[in-house]
Design a protein around this ligand. Sequence first.
Ligand code: GDP
Ligand code: MG
Length: 441
Amino acid sequence: LNERLTGVFDRITGRGALSEKDVSEAMREVRVALLEADVALPVVKDFIAFATEKATGEEVIRSVRPADQVIKIVYDGLVEMLGGEEPTPLNLNATPPAVLLMAGLQGSGKTTTSAKLALRLTKFDRKKVMMASLDTRRPAAMEQLAQLGKQIEVAVLPIVAGESAVQITRRALTSAKLQGFDVLILDTAGRITLDEGLMNEVAEVAAIATPVETILVADSLTGQDAVRTAKAFHERLPLTGLILTRADGDGRGGAMLSMRAVTGLPIKYMGSGEKVDALEVFDARRVAGRILGQGDIVALVEKAATELDQSKAEAMAKKLAKGQFDLNDLAAQLQQMKKMGGLQGIMGMLPGVAKMKAQMAEQNIDDRMILRQEAIISSMTKAERKKPDLLNASRKKRVASGAGVEVQDINRLLKQHRQMADMVKSLSKGGRGNLQKMAAM
Ligand code: GDP
Ligand code: MG
């Protein structure tokens, strides 16, 4: 995608905003990339609309290629659509046993994933876990779970021939409660395709077991089919999350995005192999990178982000180098400070300003102060902001009444500005490195 976008943007240089035309051309390429990654068409459409809105009018930063900038916007959008950087943890908030119900088509990986989850909960969370197979039609499936349980040393409800799924569920609940298990994982039967019988059975089990998590296990390699499956299951079952298996073979990630978008459900884990420990917490960033077909997309995006910051810092540094630090610059800095954890935090990071920080604490400068100062600066005329010396007594009175503050507040602001301007000067004597450090802050 990067190469494609580079082509689109080669001719845009210099400053300005990303125009609607540029963005729509870029989005055509993004669209192709998403379709190639096997993202469902309606999801592609929604995403393009969303990303177009974000990108249009975005200011072009000189030192960043517009292509990289758009990739960053698209990448951030994908991460957001995939559920954000922070994975949604498994919910175990229930009177024990917390029941996890695993649903899905046959062969999607339910039994394997049940064991993977059991292992994870036992090993990392020190939970006492029991598994039970509700797959009454295939004795081999029950045996499979029993074997896996033996392998990972997790309890499995003993098999009783001739019971129905509902009967097994009741027995499992009683047994897990009596024996003090924290978690009960119910591995349900699957069909090759969706059918009413299957849905009714799972729904009935869900009604009896009242699971804290009803997880759809889906094979990410089945692409669009998996999306249809997810939709159908979600209509019948109160699903709480997804686990997508065979992520190890899915180089495109499109099904993951589609399923998340269509169901709105968090993807909790990804299966990454046949072994019992091949279960990973879902990582939206990695999947977004796959979708964009860019192995090192994260590095690229980080580079773009740093360059964006750097170019802003450089612009500021240039002004400062000329000894220019007027009240407009102060207002810009105040904005930035608000973003970065307030005045005290910023001041604490600057080298050699401990004294000033103490002074400010003395003068009661806090973050409400930032708001007040912004109000003061915005009540000044352009000329006053550029040349604070213009502010005589009557002008100060006017500004004070405009900002709803006292004249002494104006004086305090001007004093602070003078201090900062002095600091700028002394830092500029200390060399460009210092200056950039300061500007970056
Ligand atoms: P079920 O019918 O839904 O219970 O599916 P199974 O758990 O029996 O899994 C079917 C097959 O898929 C087995 O051979 C598993 O080893 C394999 N499998 C399950 N999860 C994964 C995965 O994440 N990656 C790979 N490569 N294979 C998997
Ligand atoms: Mg199974």
